[in-house]
Design a protein around this ligand. Structure first.
Ligand code: PLP
Ligand code: COI
Length: 342
């Protein structure tokens, strides 16, 4: 039995949980320094840091999974590293080399091994890489200094319902990201813009929002902090849009869908098409796969229902994804990396 802390693993929320260590690295004088290990939950940065004033900040989210075989696997970390580079490029931050990202991600899991939730509890160890402009500017321009860090937190699923259908609400009076804005990269500002409509949805009893394309309000963008998919006629259908985050979970599900014989369509998905889906779901690292049971549109006071139980295709996708992440189904696409010695 591995050395693990005592926690109520089965009831863990998707929230912050203090662990022993985090790792940090500083970009100064045009280069990255050495990775440092810290046991402090706090950071010290300049009051004129561009992250604080102008939102020069990006983050990532990935998970380490403890398998039935006791091994710990990191899922598609290289794709998160690449996406963080795209985010850095998009808002002119120093890019974190893939090797540095890897060193930090592996180190922080190794150092916090006792916080990795046991197999079968539904909980996982969430890694939160963070990159931001730490150097001062008053003019609106990129910082000259950056900080990259990774901390971890054991978490349960983002939607407390777990693998049970949730109700979500269409948003027409707020946009999360502009068509040519920053929706395709993982920068903090996108999440700030989503808080007001998400708060309203929560108060109205919905688990999440469904954002539409900002220009025409005709097409589906994404489901809050997760991508959207629909299933019909043997097809896995997911929106093509310049203002959504390219979800690594969604890319994986597209592949799994093909592997199990579905046709995959990535194309604009009109809101009018929602009614024709047999199943719908939200997917992401935090959301995993969350089946969507109902979609409410306040504009016409209309609700589309997909049922109170997860559909057969979503269930198969979920089981296959989890099976690969936990090492029980063959990892044919080499998505997982075992972290040795934990
Ligand atoms: N969309 C948004 C806005 C997100 O924040 C996330 C989470 O990272 C996703 C989609 C899902 O992406 P991934 O599957 O890479 O976690
Ligand atoms: C993730 O799925 O990793 C996310 O980043 C979603 C999040 C904003 C909670």
């Amino acid at each position: 039995m591995e050395n693990t802390i005592n926690a109520d693993w089965g009831n863990l929320p998707f929230g912050y949980f203090k662990t022993d260590y985090n790792v940090r690295c500083y970009y100064r004088d045009g280069k990255w320094g050495k990775l440092e290990i810290s046991s402090s939950e706090y950071i010290s940065i300049h009051m004129a840091a561009t992250a604080l004033h102008y939102g020069q900040e990006a983050f990532e989210g990935l998970k380490a999974y403890r398998g039935k075989d006791g091994k710990v696997r990191l899922f598609r970390w290289k794709d998160n590293a690449k996406r963080m580079r795209n985010s850095a490029d998009g808002i002119m931050m120093a890019e974190v080399p893939v090797e540095l990202f890897k060193e930090a991600a592996f180190k922080v899991v190794e150092m916090n091994a006792r916080f990795i939730p046991p197999y079968g509890t539904g909980a996982t160890l969430y890694l939160r890489p963070l990159l931001f402009g730490s150097g001062p500017q008053i003019g609106v321009k990129p910082a000259e200094e950056y900080m990259f860090m990774v901390f971890v937190s054991p978490v349960g699923p983002y939607f407390k319902e777990g693998f049970k259908p949730v109700a979500i609400e269409v948003v027409r009076d707020f946009d999360r990201a502009a068509p040519l804005g920053t929706g395709h990269i993982k920068v903090g500002g996108n999440y700030a813009a989503s808080m007001r409509p998400a708060d309203r949805a929560h108060k109205d009893g919905f688990a999440s929002v469904l954002f539409l394309d900002a220009k025409e309000k005709k097409y589906i963008d994404e489901a809050g902090p997760a991508n959207f998919y629909g299933i019909k006629d043997g097809k896995y259908i997911t929106p093509q849009s310049k203002s959504i985050l390219p979800s690594i979970t969604n890319m994986s599900l597209e592949q799994i869908a093909k592997d199990i014989g579905l046709t995959v369509e990535r194309r604009p998905v009109a809101i009018d098409e929602l009614e024709s889906f047999e199943e719908a779901g939200a997917c992401g690292t935090a959301a995993i796969i969350t089946p969507i049971g109902k979609i409410y549109d306040r504009m016409n006071d209309k609700t589309i229902e997909y049922g109170d139980a997860a559909g057969p295709v979503s269930t198969r996708l979920y089981q296959t994804l989890r099976g690969i992440q936990e090492g029980e189904i063959e990892d044919a696409h080499e998505w997982t990396t075992i972290i040795k010695g934990v």
